[in-house]
Design a protein around this ligand. Structure first.
Ligand code: ADP
Ligand code: MG
Length: 343
């Protein structure tokens, strides 16, 4: 099967809180393609968080468990290109017919369907046919379906028929596990303190984690020296420098305002409305976590508040994250957005 990468299997996809729902739903889908309530299965999340890996793991497992099923993995870009070729040759029916014969259709990165109206029409027809025939659809996207601008509402409403499950940034423990698995697969060894150091400092996504590991190996063999903490610090300094942008307080303010639909000037004023106060506190918390600005400077960006207000806000956010799960979810989602913007 040329489209499936055989390294992308479930066994190599480490489970953590960040991906548990998606991974388990994926397993169910692979066991009973088409005959489960996750149809379509929509896997969404930021870049480098494992969408392609998980989607392909499902495809690989279907092939293993159900050798007679026809599995097709295709990126939405390839789908669109194929469609346009067929369209030029007046062969749209052939195109649709081909796709209607598939048992498990995996379309990666459906956000690229945005504004490709004709391709969406074809996809809609294929989706309906497959779904009605009890065939399985698996889609990935960089955003939750509700935020997919430029996709037809009739498609989005079908995406909601099944399950949408997100992939988040793995926590520290999971990052360690991922690193250890990669090392084991590649027959590498490095001291635990180095693994911890890398896992602690690379907290953006799994692709970056792998990138750090590769740089570390390259430097180690180039300089003919063992991987130790000193080398890790040196390599990661370069790594972080080249791979991340500075994020500003203003940029974080803008993101939070957009996220909560709060006007920017309200964030700076002395408004005591609860939503505004919380949005302001979260913004301060994120500014503290993701910029190098002092508490004083952060306070100044909020209509001249002093540093004790910033400290208090950060503490309040931490406390609320422990007690209020919706609040926690909001902060986590915003954290992810800020991290992605800083890449
Ligand atoms: P996306 O498609 O979301 O951009 P990928 O599926 O390409 O991300 O994943 C990026 C890299 O990270 C791949 O090499 C993949 O194997 C690895 N990866 C992602 N999540 C995990 C995980 N939970 N366990 C192990 N490796 C992972
Ligand atoms: Mg991908």
């Amino acid at each position: 099967d040329p489209q499936l990468n055989h390294a992308y299997v479930f066994d190599a996809f480490i489970e953590g809180d960040c991906n548990r729902v998606a991974r388990r739903a994926g397993k169910t889908v692979a066991e009973k393609p088409g005959a489960n309530s996750f149809n379509p299965l929509v896997i969404y999340g930021g870049v480098g968080l494992g969408k392609t890996h998980l989607a392909q793991a499902i495809g690989n497992d279907v092939k293993r468990l159900h050798p007679n099923k026809v599995v097709l993995y295709v990126s939405s870009e390839k789908f669109i290109n194929q469609f346009q070729d067929h369209s030029r040759n007046n062969a749209i029916n052939d195109f649709i017919h081909f796709y209607q014969l598939i048992d498990v259709l995996i379309i990666d990165d459906v956000q690229f369907f945005a504004r490709a109206e004709k391709s969406q029409d074809a996809f809609f027809a294929i989706f309906n046919h497959l779904h009605q025939s009890g065939k399985q659809l698996i889609l990935t996207s960089d955003k939750p379906p509700k935020d997919l601008d430029g996709l037809q509402e009739r498609l989005l409403s079908r995406f909601r028929w099944g399950l949408s499950a997100d992939l988040q940034i793995p926590d520290y423990e999971t990052r360690i596990e991922i690193l250890e698995r990669k090392m084991k697969n590649d027959g590498l060894d490095m001291p635990k303190e180095v693994v911890k150091y890398v896992a602690y400092n690379i907290n953006t996504n799994v692709r970056e984690l792998e990138g750090a590991l590769i740089s570390l190996l390259a430097q180690s063999s180039l300089n003919k020296r063992e991987i130790d903490l000193e080398l890790a610090k040196k390599v990661l300094r370069n790594f972080v420098k080249t791979s991340s942008k500075e994020i500003t307080i203003d940029a974080i303010q803008k993101m939070v305002c957009e996220y909560f639909d709060v006007p920017y000037d309200k964030l700076l004023q002395k408004t005591r409305k609860r939503e505004i106060v919380q949005a302001r506190q979260i913004t301060m918390y994120l500014a503290k976590a993701f910029t190098k600005n002092s508490l004083k400077t952060i306070g100044e960006h909020f209509g001249g508040r002093d540093h004790t207000t910033v400290i208090h806000s950060c503490q309040t956010v931490k406390d609320l994250m422990d007690t209020d799960s919706l609040f926690r979810e909001n902060v986590m989602e915003l954290t992810q957005k800020v991290q992605l913007a800083a890449m």
